[in-house]
Design a protein. Structure first.
Length: 272
């Protein structure tokens, strides 16, 4: 019986076990998916032990997504480019393979939530330059978006991403972030602003055009103030929960042998 799970610290609030349990039941697959609370110093020894106990792979969440890249024997190009992994595959030959499916999840969620969305609709604006922004930018470039405006409170972090991803990325000062919205067909909040307990995103949104696709990686609350205001401006809004669901699809398919659906039932399973 295949075993998989998710490693993090903390891990108690992870939604992935609920999602995997729902899919295992829905597709009637044998298998288990367990949350694993692992301290930083134990990360490598835990990961090396898992294949010996019958694990076929695991997901990795904060704060371990960067460190697992060093532990893995091989990494996909996208994981290397992003500098972090969220999915480990334990191969039969004993090698640990690291991948990053966050960007895949981001794009799949955008396509599902905004059915007309295509890379050719125009430039994208990305707010924030943390770990999540790296996955978002990598995936936008990968699917063919030609121009990305990137704005972050701490400008040098945006400039570092510009250096990593090249000339398709243009850095815009945080105080000017409102000005890039009218030229953008897609707008993404990758900052933690707007999350329950955090301050609101204060970028002026009056530049948003009707029909612009606006998405927020924050999914708690599900409809952030940013998304509410975008919706009021006539934008097409996509919440961030779908990214969490879609990024889990490749792992489930590989470990349990069926490609699962991201549908209302899957959403309901993680919302509890
Ligand atoms: P994640 O992996 O979720 O991207 P992160 O790497 O900690 O998390 O990045 C958090 C992002 O939210 C950063 O872009 C951060 O901006 P800074 O680079 O300037 O820190 C942004 N962020 C967090 N709090 C913010 C605030 N109060 N105002 C503006 N940006 C904020």
């Amino acid at each position: 019986i295949p075993l998989a799970g998710v490693i993090g610290n903390p891990i108690a609030h992870s939604k992935s076990p609920h999602l995997f349990r729902h899919w295992l039941k829905t597709y009637n697959r044998p298998g288990f998916y367990v949350p694993m609370h692992v301290a930083e110093g134990d990360l490598e020894s835990v990961i090396r032990s898992l294949p010996k106990m019958g694990f076929v792979g695991c997901n990795v969440t904060l704060p371990h997504k960067v460190d697992v890249l060093q532990i893995a024997d091989l990494a996909t190009d996208r994981a290397t480019l992003i500098g972090a992994a969220n999915t480990l595959i334990f191969r039969r030959d004993g090698k640990i393979h690291a991948d990053n499916t966050d960007g895949y999840g981001f794009i799949a969620n955008l396509k599902q939530g905004a059915p007309g969305w295509a890379p050719s609709i125009g430039p994208a604006a990305v707010l924030g330059a943390g770990g999540a922004a790296r996955a978002v930018i990598a995936s936008l470039i990968d699917v063919g978006v030609q121009e990305i405006f990137l704005s972050n409170r701490t400008r040098p972090k945006a400039e570092a991403l510009q250096s990593a991803f090249g000339t398709k990325v243009t850095v815009v000062d945080w105080v000017q972030a409102g000005n890039i919205l009218e030229d953008s067909a897609t707008v993404v909040n990758t900052t933690s602003l707007g999350m329950t307990g955090q301050p609101e995103l204060r970028v002026p949104l009056d530049g948003l055009r009707r029909g612009t696709v606006v998405t927020d990686l924050v999914y708690s609350p599900l409809k952030t103030r940013f998304l509410q205001e975008a919706e009021a401006a006539g934008c097409v809004t996509v919440d961030g929960l779908g990214m969490l669901l879609h990024q889990a699809v490749p792992g489930f398919e590989r470990w349990f042998g069926t490609r699962p659906e991201v549908d209302v039932d899957a959403r309901a399973a993680v919302l509890g």
